[in-house]
Design a protein around this ligand. Structure first.
Ligand code: TMP
Length: 202
């Protein structure tokens, strides 16, 4: 059965570094795994990614675009039906955190999440929680990857509040683990491995 682990957090939270460290760890330990990202992840959806993350679509349209892309990605993964560990760079929590602008939009997002088949709900979601000062400090030395990164950086408080709401939301049996991302990447990596082992995913 496919098992999913997802990573969440702001751009510059160290999410990509953790995913890279995990990839190296799985390779070294010969653990069969696939890494994907959202939006995108497969050839056709990568084309759509460029359109979405540089768009001026309304918030409701964005919710639907992100979920359309998501359902397509997971249908492909379900078709493969391999006994593999999948690591997602962002998943439905991102839509809740970023597009969850008001109660009505959050309700729509929760309803869409409820349409995801139980087997495609992650076993663990790691949320890399970074404080505002560290985030802006890290940002200084890097350029924006896309239009969204720039827009959403200025909505730090709202997005952080939404991620915190997700820590209390029960979605299947998945574990939502908040990680202090203001620390050394190697220490965070050890913590990630600890939880993956504790949940018997490897
Ligand atoms: P990434 O650079 O981490 O791959 O994410 C691309 C951008 O898309 C990032 O600014 C977060 C945003 N995003 C949303 O707003 N909603 C979503 O559902 C997803 C998956 C990403």
């Amino acid at each position: 059965m496919t098992k999913i682990i997802s990573f969440e957090g702001f751009e510059y939270s160290g999410k990509s570094t953790q995913i890279d460290l995990l990839k190296k760890y799985f390779k070294k330990n010969k653990i069969k795994s696939e890494f994907t990202r959202e939006p995108g992840g497969i050839k056709d959806l990568e084309k759509i990614r460029e359109v979405i993350v540089n768009s001026s679509f309304s918030n409701k349209s964005l919710i639907l675009f992100f979920f359309a892309s998501r359902f397509e990605l997971i249908s492909k993964i379900e078709l493969l039906n391999q006994n593999k560990l999948y690591v997602f760079d962002r998943y439905f929590d991102s839509t809740y955190a970023y597009q969850g602008k008001n109660a009505e939009d959050k309700k729509i997002i929760k309803n869409l999440i409820s349409l995801i088949d139980k087997k495609s709900i992650p076993k663990i979601t790691f949320y890399l929680d970074i404080n505002k000062n560290s985030l802006f400090e890290r940002k200084k030395s890097r350029s924006f990857q896309n239009k969204f990164d720039q827009i959403y950086l200025n909505q730090y408080e709202r997005i952080k509040k939404n991620y915190n709401e997700l820590t209390k939301l029960k979605i299947g049996n998945r574990k939502f683990i908040k990680i202090n991302a203001n620390r050394d990447p190697d220490i965070i990596h050890q913590e990630v491995i600890f939880h993956i082992k504790k949940c018997k995913l490897i």
